[in-house]
Design a protein around this ligand. Structure first.
Ligand code: NOJ
Length: 541
């Protein structure tokens, strides 16, 4: 049966500033991405998602958009974008771009007009302005720390759920609706295959702007800020536009919510195609937690997705093994293999295929995430997962920029052993494991049922089948017997006999830790047991 491409696609997130820098200014750019398309095609992903590359003062890494229809000179030109899309398609890769509808940059012409306009005037209708005295109109806090309101010299306040440089749009304004429909068409006409919708549960704020509970309780359906019922009308409008184009254009929403039921509301048949399943990313290393997320998702969300890392969270390798990098990497690869066995699509974050850890020791003066400054340095912010990729060579910039250039965030001195180039030549590397896993998944495409069946498993483990495929994950501390199978297809742990071929980088571990076998007991080195922190794919008997 023919299923739409996105339903089981593996999508690779490119954080544009940190992927590859062709121009030599230390910042990743569109020509840099273009030059690495063969790498991505070779990795075996189906699509790339580009984070914002639009003209922007970069107060929030480009999530402060000053012009929704252009390319910031930092990243290239519209011609570079067109060339990238054309080349990506040539390589068999779809292209998803980010759209940021909750807020613009304060440098956006509309906000500049609003600032120049009078309180109560039509220019201020497109944003959320309110009168107030010395105190903000309500108690809302910015997601980036501090109040969500900034006061103008004329006494009015404007709302910004993120940085003050990111004023929130007023989605009750018909002009805002019309503008975004036009922006969608602009990029669809240029050939994009889909959109990733930033803060998709934002947009509308409850009329009257009532006070909210503290932010940690506010990511709820009943919040005056998040997941207001009106937002679904927006996605119904957008879906009609997407459906009016050929070739299955799609949209995936960034929806942070506590419940699968709420998530499912965004992917009703006439709304978005997908929403990120952050519950998977938020689950601790625990079979019970994993099983609950899997059950909740498959039982509730019509077109499931799975994601372990992105540019906003601590890299999962580090989340799973703060104290012991080796454990973190083994678990990361086991989680990946498990998620690739599940029905639905998978979103990868650049660098996870190299086993990159979070960089925790960036010096304060290097940190650029507004969260760091707005919290007076009490929160590290997200720079640690945004460090430019190591491609090759023995020292920074590791082929990210031409030699001599300084990447916008410093790279660790001990990444020589985990560059893409080094791992490319090492069959026991994480990169080699990712390639095998993605190739195996592609080979099974279309042959697997949409549901899984749980098998009995020992404590600490999860076993499930999906037709001909059985996946076994051991989260526990001791080896366990494997479930029934005929062959071992793939393992997240290398055979014990295959020694790492590159140096073990202190403090971060290396990119090793993965292997595969074709039959049990020979290449797995595990006999009929599954080691701790390991997942395998088996052929169902
Ligand atoms: C979510 C994006 O992923 C994040 O990087 C950004 O800071 C916020 N939305 C605000 O746009």
């Amino acid at each position: 049966m023919d299923i739409p491409w996105w339903r089981d696609a593996v999508v690779y997130e490119i954080y544009v500033r940190s992927f590859a820098d062709a121009s030599g200014d230390g910042v990743g750019d569109l020509p840099g991405i273009r030059s690495r398309l063969p790498y991505l095609a070779g990795l075996g992903v189906d699509a790339i998602w580009l984070t914002p590359f639009y003209p922007s003062p970069m107060a929030d890494g480009g999530y402060d958009v000053a012009d929704y229809r252009g390319v910031d000179p930092l990243f290239g030109t519209l011609a570079d974008f067109d060339a990238l899309v054309a080349d990506a398609h040539e390589h068999g890769l779809r292209v998803i771009v980010d759209i940021v509808p909750n807020h613009s940059s304060a440098r956006h012409p509309w906000f500049q007009a609003a600032l120049a306009g009078a309180p109560g005037g039509p220019e201020r209708e497109r944003y959320v302005f309110r009168d107030g005295g010395d105190l903000p109109p309500n108690n809302w806090q910015s997601t980036f720390s501090g109040p969500a309101w900034t006061r103008l010299p004329d006494g009015q306040w404007y709302l910004h759920l993120f940085a003050p440089e990111q004023p929130d749009f007023n989605w009750f304004s018909p002009e805002v609706h019309a503008e975004f429909l036009d922006v969608l068409r602009f990029w669809l006409d240029r050939g994009v295959d889909g959109f990733r919708i930033d803060v998709a549960m934002g947009l509308y704020k409850q009329e009257g702007l009532p006070d909210t509970p503290p932010l940690d309780q506010a990511f709820k359906a009943e919040s005056p800020i998040w997941g207001r019922p009106e937002v679904h009308e927006v996605y119904r409008e957008w879906r009609k536009v997407l459906d009016s184009y050929p070739d299955e254009r799609m949209a995936v929403g960034e929806v942070w919510t506590d419940s699968a039921e709420d998530l499912a509301r965004y992917v009703r048949p006439d709304e978005l195609h997908q929403s990120f399943n952050f519950a998977w990313l938020e689950a601790p290393w625990s079979p019970t937690a994993f099983r609950k997320v899997i059950d909740d998702t498959l039982g509730t969300v019509p077109s499931p997705t799975w994601v372990l890392s992105n540019h906003d969270v601590v890299r999962h390798r580090t989340r799973y093994g703060e104290a012991d990098p080796g454990t973190g990497l083994a678990r990361a690869n086991a989680a990946l293999l498990t998620m690739l066995a599940l029905p639905g699509s998978a979103y990868l974050y650049q660098g996870e295929e190299l086993g990159l850890p979070e960089v925790k020791d960036l010096p304060p003066e290097a940190r650029q995430d507004p969260i760091f400054a707005r919290s007076q340095g009490t929160l590290p912010g997200r720079d640690g997962c945004r460090v430019p990729l190591p491609w090759s060579g023995d020292a920074p910039p590791y082929g990210f920029s031409p030699d001599g250039a300084r990447p916008w965030l410093p790279q660790p001195a001990d990444w020589a052993g985990i560059t893409a180039d080094r791992q490319d030549r090492d069959p026991a590397s994480t990169l080699a494991f990712y390639r095998r896993a993605l190739a195996a998944r592609r080979a099974l495409r279309g042959t697997l049922p949409d549901q899984i069946t749980w098998l009995d498993s020992p404590e600490g483990a999860l076993f499930f089948t999906r037709g001909p495929l059985t996946c076994a994950l051991n989260c526990g501390p001791t080896p366990i017997p494997l479930p029934p199978h005929t062959d071992l297809l793939l393992s997240s742990t290398p055979p014990p006999t295959s020694a790492p071929t590159h140096a073990h980088a202190p403090g971060t571990g290396t990119g090793t830790g993965t292997g595969t076998g074709t039959s049990l007991g020979t290449t797995s080195g595990t006999g009929d047991t599954l080691p701790p922190d390991t997942a395998v794919w088996l052929r169902t008997p």
